[in-house]
Design a protein around this ligand. Structure first.
Ligand SMILES: *[C@@H]1O[C@H](CO)[C@@H](O)[C@H](O)[C@H]1NC(C)=O
Ligand SMILES: *[C@@H]1O[C@H](CO)[C@@H](O)[C@H](O)[C@H]1NC(C)=O
Ligand SMILES: *[C@@H]1O[C@H](CO)[C@@H](O)[C@H](O)[C@H]1NC(C)=O
Ligand SMILES: *[C@@H]1O[C@H](CO)[C@@H](O)[C@H](O)[C@H]1NC(C)=O
Ligand SMILES: *[C@@H]1O[C@H](CO)[C@@H](O)[C@H](O)[C@H]1NC(C)=O
Ligand SMILES: *[C@@H]1O[C@H](CO)[C@@H](O)[C@H](O)[C@H]1NC(C)=O
Ligand SMILES: *[C@@H]1O[C@H](CO)[C@@H](O)[C@H](O)[C@H]1NC(C)=O
Ligand SMILES: [Cu+2]
Length: 610
């Protein structure tokens, strides 16, 4: 597992209806409402001779894709026929003035209880490309997820790249035999080795996996020679960044996180959990069969090591004619394998991310603000807190302490709430202020953050291990420009961290290895064409600098997209305050909002009498 080892259906049919609004509907005459019904239920699926109960949407793993046109409105009716409290997060959708639809349990909404329904309503204006949706409850997103594809209003011929012959979602995921709630709890409490069973491409384990002689199905992509395919690649996994390659083929990267990039040609895609990558692939190899391989990478020792569970699918040319004299060559039918990077070599990821720049010619591309109002320097790492609320305890993996994941040395503590924090913020902001602790703008102590000697337990590490737990948040004035430097550390591990901000895209100004040095590194910022992302991959033992405009009022999650780091507390709230106008202030919550099991919506005065 990715932290130190411990001492111890009802399948319904997707209904997608498109209603056209009357011509007066803003913002565009032909904007549509795209409706889906998501029935969430538990179904039995069998892989590797093992029947597993999985929670899925409409009986599908991965779930249905939502396909929309930029400017459309989306309505998703979620019918919860599972035994779990649920929310769905629309990953990367900016949700402008619509924090209520962000789908974070007890922060933006009460969860949808078993046997209840709720309709998410949001629009997808000013964004084009590949996003996705996923449950934001425990580890359930491992099986509750799907693509969200936004196409340009003026059709596929207005892509800023050659129009592809076909568009194909490629969702990299995980197959879990272990119960996902048990896995989450085990990781939080640091008591069980929770790990997935196999990696998947579009829900298929692939022919590397077999049991009792039965080989697992793999994803197959049929291609026609000479045609161009747009792969919409999504990493929906909880545990790892993946390297994706197709033998004999190159990728031209054209977008990432639903923002166009300058076309960049590479034979390997590096994609961390939460990221999306749009890549063109031309079927220009000799007709045949080629493996598409997804390999999870990991930090080398002395970091704790995980089993390497690769998966593969096949790209096969549909051309019937065989090479040569038309006689079948059995050897030709053995697919060609790509040469993969070493699982411990994280440089291909560093270079892949470093080579992304935004597409300057694109008219909608926002400009990097040059003024900065707030600067945060945030270290990411592990630490420990004492169990049972004790103020001091034995550390070094003693059962008296608990390993947690931190930002500036604080691990996020889920507040005990009777109503969602955002509703409280809307009706009674003063009350919210008393429940939160400010996320420090810099780490409390300066040390050699990236010194690998801190990875193993020992005297050097022990001095820095004690951390604390609090409901940390940071407030931003409406419209302020925020610069964040995320600094990876070597504290107890040296993992990279895919940091995801809800409700905003960010400009990724620079990345580097080792410790950030403002004097040296700020001069290297790309203020001309930095990539624009919602998930920023902080390299192992390195840093990333980013900027964003805090102009979307609400309470937004900002967290690591590794499931294990999130459940260990690598999370904070970014609160964007209201402006002085209606157009910059959070509107009222939806009338039909879930009520946390109460028969009416509770007001803060009922819950917390003054
Ligand atoms: C949901 O409804 C079903 C069928 O009406 C019922 O059997 C089940 O107990 C209900 N579950 C909950 C948690 O209310
Ligand atoms: C099936 O999955 C369960 C749950 O993780 C596990 O205990 C069991 O060993 C698995 N059986 C096989 C045959 O893999
Ligand atoms: C089954 O998996 C094992 C271990 O990965 C492998 O050695 C073997 O060749 C596989 N068998 C088949 C029939 O694919
Ligand atoms: C782009 O990738 C190449 C190798 O693939 C690497 O040499 C170069 O340093 C990368 N550029 C950046 C800015 O990371
Ligand atoms: C920090 O640690 C690295 C790796 O051990 C070392 O190269 C560097 O000199 C150290 N920096 C300082 C300021 O001690
Ligand atoms: C982290 O916080 C704890 C508890 O407040 C403190 O004792 C410790 O010195 C801090 N460590 C670092 C590295 O900042
Ligand atoms: C689901 O939410 C309700 C209402 O907030 C709560 O009472 C219940 O404990 C939750 N159930 C679980 C399993 O978390
Ligand atoms: Cu992380």
């Amino acid at each position: 597992m990715k932290f130190r080892s411990s001492p111890a259906a009802s399948a319904a049919i997707a209904i997608a209806v498109v209603f056209f609004l009357s011509a007066k509907a803003p913002p565009s005459a032909n904007a549509a409402v795209v409706e889906h019904t998501f029935v969430v239920s538990q179904v039995k699926m069998t892989h590797l001779c093992n029947e597993t109960l999985v929670t899925v949407v409409n009986g599908q793993f991965p779930g249905p894709a939502i396909e929309v046109t930029e400017g459309d409105s989306v309505a998703v009716h979620v019918v919860n026929k599972s035994p779990h409290n649920l929310t769905i997060h629309w990953h990367g959708v900016k949700q402008r003035m619509n924090c209520w639809a962000d789908g974070v349990p007890m922060i933006t909404q009460c969860p949808i209880l078993p046997n209840q329904s709720f309709t998410y309503r949001f629009n997808v204006a000013g964004q084009e490309g590949t996003l996705w949706w996923h449950a934001h409850v425990s580890f359930l997103r491992a099986t509750l997820h799907g693509a969200l594809v936004i196409r340009p209003r003026r059709g596929a011929s207005s892509y800023p790249f050659p129009k592809p012959y076909m568009e194909i979602p490629i969702i990299i995921g995980e197959w879990w035999q272990m119960d996902l709630f048990k896995a989450d709890w085990g990781i939080k409490q640091h008591v069980i080795d929770a790990y997935y069973t196999a990696s998947t491409i579009n829900g298929k384990l692939g022919d590397i996996y077999n049991c009792s002689g039965a080989v697992e199905d793999g994803y197959k992509l049929d291609v026609e020679p000479g045609k161009t395919y747009l792969l919409r690649v999504i990493n929906a996994a909880l545990f790892a960044e993946y390297y994706l390659k197709i033998a004999g083929h190159k990728f031209t990267i054209v977008a990432a996180d639903a923002n166009y990039v300058t076309p960049y040609t590479t034979d390997v895609i590096a994609i961390a959990p939460g990221e999306t990558v749009d890549a063109l692939v031309v079927a220009d190899a000799a007709p045949g069969r080629y493996y598409m391989v997804a390999l999870p990478n990991q930090s080398p020792k002395p970091d704790p090591q995980s089993p390497v569970l690769i998966t593969r699918g096949i790209v096969q040319y549909s051309n019937k004619q065989k090479p040569g004299n038309g006689v079948e060559h059995p050897s030709i039918d053995i697919p060609v394998s790509p040469e993969m990077p070493d699982q411990h070599d994280l440089m291909p990821s560093f270079y892949f991310h470093g080579n992304l720049t935004s597409l300057v010619h694109h008219p909608q591309r926002p400009r990097v603000p040059t003024r900065v109002d707030e600067r945060l320097f945030i270290t990411l790492g592990l630490g420990s807190i004492c169990r049972q609320g004790h103020s001091s305890c034995e550390r070094s993996e003693s059962p008296d302490s608990l390993i947690v994941a931190t930002m500036n040395n604080v691990s996020f503590q889920q507040p005990a709430l009777e109503m969602p924090l955002l509703e409280m913020h809307y009706y009674n902001p003063d009350r919210v202020a008393t429940m939160l602790q400010e996320l420090p703008k810099e780490p409390p102590m300066v040390y050699n953050y990236t010194d690998p000697a801190l990875i193993p337990l020992g005297p050097k590490e022990a001095k820095l291990e004690p951390s604390s737990e609090a409901t940390v948040a940071r407030r931003f004035r409406q419209g302020s420009v925020v610069e964040v430097v995320f600094q990876g550390t070597a504290l107890l591990q040296s993992e990279s961290n895919p940091m995801h901000l809800h409700g905003h895209d960010v400009f990724v100004l620079a990345q580097g290895e080792g410790t950030y040095d403002a004097g040296r590194d700020a001069a290297r910022y790309n203020l001309v064409n930095p990539p624009i992302k919602n998930t920023v991959h902080v390299p192992r033992l390195g840093w990333v600098a980013l900027r964003f405009v805090a102009d979307n009022p609400g309470i937004w999650y900002m967290h690591c997209h590794f499931g294990f780091h999130l459940s260990m507390g690598m999370l904070a709230l970014f609160i964007v305050e209201d402006g002085t106008t209606v157009g910059t202030s959070l509107p009222a919550p939806p009338a039909d909002f879930p009520t946390c099991g109460h028969d009416h919506k509770l007001m803060p005065t009922e819950l917390y009498p003054i």
